[in-house]
Design a protein around this ligand. Structure first.
Ligand SMILES: Nc1ncnc2c1ncn2[C@@H]1O[C@H](COP(=O)(O)OP(=O)(O)O)[C@@H](O)[C@H]1O
Ligand SMILES: [Mg+2]
Length: 252
């Protein structure tokens, strides 16, 4: 049975897609079979994984709109054990299904649960049927955040949604795995303060070692490669490896 990790923060630009692609790549490099499902119609995971979709190709959004099953949307990347179910860039948010368990049900019914060790779900910041489907399907939430004084709001908004999932009894397995500081610059006092405040609220073990600011993350994305393969000796590559090591310890 696959473990399902949802990457979420209600704030845009908080490193969700970079984290989805690079954490998935790091897990695949550790010989896990990994599937990324991109629920954000911006379609960034396909870009970051170098996957070009045909027009009209099946996508996770086509599946949620009831046009086809989920499995036909599966594509392989250039790397072994790293697959993608891409987003539909033409999908209009707000049109998503109000059946919150559609994704969870299909992962089981179509055998994707058996086919992978870890499934990583990238999500949109909006609160809609897409985010709800992701939260209903997942076992753990990883929250990337940029440590500045406004970042608390995206985390608080996410906490409210998690409370809603729990109080509606939609997914009793769901837990927050941890928080991942991204675009970190420890010379900035604010960064230390925000990370310290999250450690204080959620426990120091829940705050993973962060990803330092590194232009290689953006460059790798533009080149359609995870950073561990685009720039193996970069700061970001080292940091993602350490973050995934800590993530595995927390999840054990
Ligand atoms: N460690 C990092 N160093 C430098 N830039 C980064 C880093 N992580 C993410 N970025 C950049 O920040 C922007 C937002 O990240 P992204 O992953 O797209 O966030 P989200 O999916 O939450 O909107 C992107 O341009 C990305 O390249
Ligand atoms: Mg994104």
């Amino acid at each position: 049975m696959a473990r399902i990790l949802v990457i979420s923060n209600r704030k845009g630009g908080s490193g969700k897609s970079s984290t989805s692609v690079n954490v998935a790549a790091e897990l695949a490099a550790r010989r896990q079979r990994v599937l990324v499902i991109d629920l954000d119609s911006q379609g960034h995971c396909a870009l970051g994984l170098g996957v070009k979709l045909e027009r009209q190709a099946p996508t996770v959004h086509g599946f949620l709109a009831g046009r086809h099953d989920l499995r036909p949307a599966l594509t392989h990347t250039a790397w072994p054990d790293l697959d993608l179910i891409a987003a539909d860039p033409l999908f209009e948010h707000g049109m998503a299904t109000d059946r919150e368990t559609m994704l969870r049900d299909a992962l089981c019914a179509e055998g994707l649960h058996e086919a992978y060790d870890t499934i990583v779900l990238d999500t949109p910041p909006s609160l809609d049927g897409l985010l709800m489907n992701a939260l209903c399907a997942a076992d753990r939430v990883l929250v990337p955040f940029v440590p500045h004084f406004l970042s608390g709001e995206g985390v608080r908004q996410l906490a409210r949604v998690l409370f809603k999932v729990a109080s509606k009894g939609l997914n009793e397995h769901l837990k927050v795995l941890g928080f991942l500081p991204v675009m970190v610059d420890l010379r900035i006092g604010q960064h230390r303060e925000v990370s310290a405040s999250l450690s204080h609220q959620f426990g120091a073990a829940r705050v993973l070692p962060g990803i330092r600011t590194d232009i290689k993350v953006a460059e790798a994305f533009a080149a359609g490669k995870p950073v561990r393969w685009y720039a193996p000796s970069s700061r970001a590559s080292t940091d993602y490896a350490a973050a995934v090591q800590a993530l595995e310890t927390l999840w054990a």
